[in-house]
Design a protein around this ligand. Structure first.
Ligand code: AMP
Length: 188
């Protein structure tokens, strides 16, 4: 269980969970949102080209995102596993991920879905204070999630572990670890 994807609506607590899970599982936490924000913070050309897109809550074009992920997955620390947070965000990205992994003879072990009600997450996000956390942008990101990202749940149905994301942080972490343990090895 070392090659994992986390999926869930903005505000489901994926980032927080990914940090803890990455320590417990001993694999790097790879967040495309964090990678983009680091570029923006460093003022790189990539950062300058994506800042307006992040601030509007839109998706960065697939070619840009896929290339960044391909490079990140090629780094030494990701060879034995990773926890992807925020990627893939649509079916086309999922297909590219499958291809990148297949090139090195690997595949995903599981896709963890964080299940949570939209109204709960809007309140959570409003208290976070990121530049893309105004109510209007949050609603737009929820819409993008429903139309672009939710179809991944069907795409990954054979790998899917659905976890209730409502509750305190430690409890949700335990639920994820339990469901990873319970998933029989070799299950398609
Ligand atoms: P996140 O930190 O996952 O909420 O991502 C913040 C923002 O980064 C998103 O609203 C998008 O603008 C951009 N982003 C992150 N991951 C992706 C992705 N896989 N594809 C396209 N845009 C992304």
């Amino acid at each position: 269980m070392t090659r994992l994807v986390l999926v869930g609506p903005p505000g489901a607590g994926k980032g927080t969970q990914a940090g803890t899970l990455s320590e417990k599982l001993g694999v790097p936490h790879i967040s495309t949102g964090d990678l983009f924000r680091a570029h923006i913070g460093d003022g790189t050309a990539l950062g300058r080209s994506v800042k307006g897109i992040l601030d509007a809550g839109k998706l960065v074009p697939d070619e840009v995102t896929n290339e960044m992920v391909r490079e990140r997955l090629a780094e030494a620390d990701a060879q034995d596993g990773f926890l992807l947070d925020g990627f893939p965000r649509n079916i086309a990205q999922a297909e590219v991920l499958d291809k990148i992994l297949a090139e090195s003879g690997h595949k995903l072990d599981a896709v963890v879905e964080f299940q949570i009600d939209e109204d709960v997450v809007v309140d959570r996000l409003l208290s976070r204070g990121r530049t893309d956390d105004t109510e209007e942008v949050i609603r737009h990101r929820q819409h993008v999630y429903r139309s672009e990202t939710e179809p991944l749940l069907n795409h990954y149905r054979d790998l899917l572990l659905t976890v209730d994301a409502v509750g305190d942080v430690d409890e949700v972490t335990s639920r994820v670890l339990r469901s990873l343990d319970e998933k029989p090895h070799g299950q398609a």
